[in-house]
Ligand binder design. Structure first.
Ligand code: ZN
Length: 77
């Protein structure tokens, strides 16, 4: 498999592959096993309407305009 260095290609779709993510981490950090951008332990906020992945600080979905509901910490009632 070949990774194209540089350029402005969107590599995010490749990041679903953990092996690629590991390689990518090495490229970025020079360290083996370094995890970049993606932290799979964190819930990714998504638009309920269109499924767009959000950064988490949006008030409204930039794609469809649906109000984004913040991820609430679990309540123990
Ligand atoms: Zn949306």
């Amino acid at each position: 498999m070949a990774l194209t260095a540089g350029g402005c290609r969107d590599l995010r779709k490749y990041m679903d592959d953990p092996q690629v993510a590991d390689i990518f981490g090495k490229l970025i950090s020079g360290k083996s096993g370094y995890k970049t951008i993606i932290d799979k332990d964190k819930p990714v906020p998504m638009c309920k309407s269109c499924g767009l992945k959000l950064l988490g600080d949006e008030k409204f979905c930039p794609e469809c305009g649906t109000k984004v509901e913040a991820i609430q910490p679990q309540q123990d009632s």
